[in-house]
Design a protein around this ligand. Structure first.
Ligand SMILES: Cc1ncc(COP(=O)(O)O)c(C=O)c1O
Length: 388
């Protein structure tokens, strides 16, 4: 795979794909093309470059829906800064009185964990935090119990964990149940889109938020939302590119016309080069074969499982593997790995509640693999860990 990442030196072993994946050369080239050939604003200009931008940005919206096998009749795509922004844009604009409970899980990233806390506080509603099985699923009985007497629960779950790659295998069932009880569900797909996007295909959640920078594309976020969910929002984060008219005492919002619905979460000038890059990244991603990546994850998992003194968090191999070594500070270990050119994360990976307060783990090390990683990278990691 190094052929798609020609700029990468063989000495650099980057294993922090969960935070930000490396970009293949083809993705970088798309951004350069924008800067060299049609560097202009979208959405608001009528000149040639701007029309090229609008066309390409629209293609990307279509590409996202196509990847997720969702229909443009029901869904729209808006681009934003990252998953965190997407989630906050939704949660902060939901009208009062829409929901009587928010239900989430203990292994959520802070963007969901904190977002749901503040949402519950602001609306004066209950918040329920469910546990997840070792395989990532949630018991339907637990969900039913959590819903109890609530009339309109809002569910927010990640479909893949950034701690150990656990997957929410029963997501389709949960989505159906959420709708059956009259609620809605938001999916944090930050960790799903690179290697597990097939898990989400055709799953009709009410909103899906993800980060393009975790799926081999440029820094960008996306919100994929059911059009009818917008009825529950009071749009209050406003700016340029969102209105058709502004009067002394009022305004007409562009998102109310079907061709401009995406403007609802796109105030101001947008990241056009990055948006176009996502189109190329999706094409590239669809060409990748996950089997080699799985073999590398398996090798790391098997090796770590067999080591005395290593506490492996993963129950199963995944592209995201976390562990700690007894009596060894993970930050020091990360530094030792870094001295050998291995760039791995240490700490709690923005999952403080679960890792620190539920499990009471010390700081962890996380190795998150990407398509750029070679067999030599894995051997170097194992050799260095052995030495340490
Ligand atoms: C599961 C999960 N959700 C949300 C986020 C937040 O993503 P971002 O920082 O791109 O907003 C992350 C980031 O690591 C994540 O792993």
């Amino acid at each position: 795979m190094r052929k798609d990442f020609k700029y990468l030196s063989d000495d650099d072993v980057y294993v922090d794909t969960s935070c930000q994946s490396l970009r293949p050369d083809v993705v970088i080239a798309v951004m350069q093309e924008y800067y060299h050939k049609y560097n202009s604003c979208g959405e608001r200009v009528k000149y040639r470059w701007g029309e090229i931008v609008d066309g390409k940005v629209d293609q990307t919206r279509g590409k996202v829906l196509d990847l997720l096998k969702l229909s443009s009749r029901k869904y729209f795509v808006s681009f934003t800064l990252n998953t965190t922004y997407g989630l906050n844009l939704i949660l902060n604009q939901i009208k009062p009185g829409e929901y009587d409970a928010v239900i989430t899980s203990e292994i959520e990233h802070n963007s969901v964990f904190l977002g749901s806390q503040v949402f519950a506080e602001k609306h004066g509603i209950a918040r329920v935090v469910l546990s997840r099985h070792a395989d990532g699923s949630i018991d339907m009985a637990d969900i039913e119990q959590a819903v109890g007497e609530y009339k309109r629960p809002l569910f927010i779950f990640n479909s893949v964990s950034n701690i150990d790659g656990r997957r929410l295998g029963n997501l389709p069932e949960i989505v159906k149940y959420a709708h059956k009880v009259g609620g809605r569900i938001i999916v944090d797909a930050a960790q799903a889109m690179a290697h597990y996007y097939k898990d989400l295909r055709g799953v009709e959640a009410d909103a899906i938020c993800f980060s393009a920078h975790k799926m081999y594309s440029a820094s960008l976020g996306a919100v994929v939302m059911k059009k009818d969910f917008l009825e529950e929002l009071q749009i209050s984060f406003l700016g340029g590119g969102m209105v058709d008219d502004v009067r002394a005492d009022g305004y007409d919002m562009s998102y109310l016309s079907p061709n401009h619905i995406h403007t609802v979460f796109e105030p101001g000038v947008q990241a056009y080069a990055e948006t176009m890059a996502l189109n190329a990244a999706i094409d590239w991603l669809k060409r990748q074969d996950t089997s080699e990546l799985s073999a590398k994850s398996q090798k790391l998992f098997d090796w770590l499982s067999a080591r005395d003194g290593v506490v492996l968090i993963n129950q199963k191999p995944s592209t995201v593997i976390s562990f700690y070594v007894e009596k060894l500070d993970s930050h020091l270990l990360a530094k030792a790995l870094s001295d050998q050119g291995i760039m791995a994360r240490s700490g709690y990976f923005c999952c403080h509640y679960y890792l620190d307060h539920v499990k009471k783990y010390p700081a962890l090390i996380r190795l998150s693999l990407g398509y750029h990683n070679t067999d030599e990278d894995i051997d170097k990691i194992l050799k260095t860990l052995s030495k340490v």
